[in-house]
Write a protein that binds this ligand. Sequence first.
Ligand SMILES: CC(C)(COP(=O)(O)OP(=O)(O)OC[C@H]1O[C@@H](n2cnc3c(N)ncnc32)[C@H](O)[C@@H]1OP(=O)(O)O)[C@@H](O)C(=O)NCCC(=O)NCCS
Length: 145
Amino acid sequence: MTVRGLEPEDVTAVYEIERDCFGDPWMADALKQAAHEKGRSVFVAVEDGCIVGYGIIQQVLDECEILRIAVKTDFRRNGAGKMLLEEMIKAAFEKGARIYYLEVRESNTAAIGLYKKLKFTESGMRNGYYSNPTENAILMSRAVT
Ligand SMILES: CC(C)(COP(=O)(O)OP(=O)(O)OC[C@H]1O[C@@H](n2cnc3c(N)ncnc32)[C@H](O)[C@@H]1OP(=O)(O)O)[C@@H](O)C(=O)NCCC(=O)NCCS
């Protein structure tokens, strides 16, 4: 498996995963545009020439927010999520990021497990932050030195 930056021809495959994973999917054009926005980067995980996952980060100076991370349903528990997150942290670190943060639905045990595995810790809660369905967001963060 390899992790690399998004290419224009990856957008359809990324959008399909996005649509399958999230009730509020980003549109394909927004995903494509994200790769060109200042401070924002999109990465894909590729196995045997197929896109199996992707992640989006937003960096401002030394702070990096994990905006999205998702892996194809039939490819989960293969280490793709971990590899994506590690590569995104590394890429942002090389551009000066030292604080990493994100929000996650409190019922999302898979994502919380992934973040904890990569040393993120809970730093707060936003009550009723998510809709469809309404749910609290757990805030998680990690400092990397
Ligand atoms: C969260 C997600 C990206 C994890 O991707 P993945 O490729 O399956 O994760 P990995 O195989 O790299 O797992 C790494 C670690 O995360 C944790 N983890 C992953 N899935 C888990 C699950 N279902 N339950 C508990 N822990 C889990 C484990 O600690 C795992 O390590 P282990 O396999 O050695 O036990 C994937 O479940 C997904 O795409 N979910 C839907 C989208 C989503 O909710 N994204 C996050 C939004 S905030």
